[in-house]
Design a protein around this ligand. Sequence first.
Ligand SMILES: Nc1ncnc2c1ncn2[C@@H]1O[C@H](COP(=O)(O)OP(=O)(O)OP(=O)(O)O)[C@@H](O)[C@H]1O
Length: 573
Amino acid sequence: MAILLGGRVFGLRPAHSFQRYLSSATVINIPKADVYRFGDANAASTPVFRDLDWTVKEGESWAVVGFGSHEKHDFFHMLLGNLRISPHPPSPGGLFPFLFPRDPHVHVAVVSFGNRRRSSGGAFYDYTARYGAVQEEDRITLRQHMFPETLNFDVVPPELRDAPRESQVQVKLSAERQQLFDDLVERMGLKKFLDLPLIALSNGQTRRARILKAIWTQPELLLLDEPLTGLDVQNRPNLLNLLHSLHQSRSPRVILGLRIHDPVPDWITHVALLRGRKVVTGPKHIILTEKAYRSNHVTATTATQIVANETGAVVVDLKNVRVQYDHRVVLRDINWKIRQGERWHLQGENGSGKTTLLSIITGDHPQSYTQLASRSSHLHLFGRPRSRIPTPHLQSLIGVLSPEMFDAFPRKSRMSVWDVVGTGFDGTFVPRGKHNVGTGVMQELTEADVKWRVTRCEEVIAALGPGAWADENTGEDAAKFNDRAFVELSVGEQRMVLLMRALVGRPQLVLLDEVWSGMDEGMISAAKKYLREGGITKDQAVVIITHWQDEVPWGVQDGVKKIRLVKGQGIIL
Ligand SMILES: Nc1ncnc2c1ncn2[C@@H]1O[C@H](COP(=O)(O)OP(=O)(O)OP(=O)(O)O)[C@@H](O)[C@H]1O
């Protein structure tokens, strides 16, 4: 079927005589095989996937649904040729018969959001840079960075004109490619961000841009792992519709990676369900009735704690808070009080200003410091004007886990899990003090303080460590986990450790932004349980940022409050 995208026929339309061949053609072919990591001897080692038997026919629409992100990650890496399939799918054609004799390395692309391992190396990098005035070196725009070929040579900006000739973009796009680009940009809702500095883009905007980039390179097969992660409710159907139409026109074919609790789009016809080493494949209506799927798809919402507390002390008090960059107003007149014991769900479309608002509260945003204290507006944190609280003190009062924090946290080779968790007491990024549990920010620690901190570290690691989520075979005790090198953990494990870091000091305020992405189902349910059952006390306040209602550990019955950012304003729901 041909799909009209922005008035143009998009994709290949097989000729009638060719149709029957294509409809029976095979996209992926793995007849009964075990999958190993390279270097592992077949007989002696445990396979990553056992007895995998999977065929994808042209015209079918597949989702790969994983209980854990690492299984999906391995599965997609197997398709990229990074794991050994034994026996290897038969020649000619091999793993991707439809591509034969073309090179899969050129024609199969993957974009993964569930498992991004963006290591920042040993040093901490300043993720707050984007909140300030954009520096000269950060001025590079989304278009210049990702789509330089769409810069018409006649209008190359002055700063690029002095670049060496060979690095200048001289190719003029064909009218057809230009039209395709414009259509895709429009449908991905990225038009107004193309010429903004890359650094100014929100998480959701950047993720959409990465998907656009992958489609734009015109692979034959696109593996998209967790494309809905971090996307707001409005953008999800748009993206899914676009992917559906691209898939139908085979430009490119799309295989979606989903988490177990993600809704499976209507147009998906087949599912590969990954659980540990086992992969069950088949038509959606059969696989989704599998007991293993059903039992994990339902999330428990029984009330465990009444948290509404109208009389608690006010921890955060924003009155007519405003943030703008030149003429671009991101937040206007935000009025929001957060009290002790409250649980808030902060919502808003991609780019509505949620991360910006949090950075005002954490003091990372320079405009946090300059909010005027007047009768009509102020920013009070923990009962004092923000400008009167030294930033290091503020950071010790707030526990934070966010995508920015995850990306920026230093991956020093010698930092153990214990060291990372211990930095949470003082809100620092390097281990300090006796037993690596910090030195205290405003006053020196007593022996009793140090003892409490050591006990808290042990408690949190025991409650949120592998004993709580790993299966019996791979689980390890807390003592061993303490000593593991942070940098060598999986993405999900690193996130779990950074969650421990955010909670360890029992800070008065906990800010959790997209905390579950990259975590396995077991980790998510262990962490939610811990948060609901004592991990957070009545004296602490929590703000959760997520686009998914079921990612909030507390329900309405627990007294969760909601605030939504719309057009720069905070609407309390
Ligand atoms: N330095 C800057 N200059 C101009 N605009 C900026 C700058 N930094 C951020 N913005 C804009 O501020 C808006 C809010 O960004 P923010 O990251 O707070 O959104 P968000 O609600 O957290 O989005 P998401 O759900 O995608 O994470 C975005 O539209 C972004 O383009």
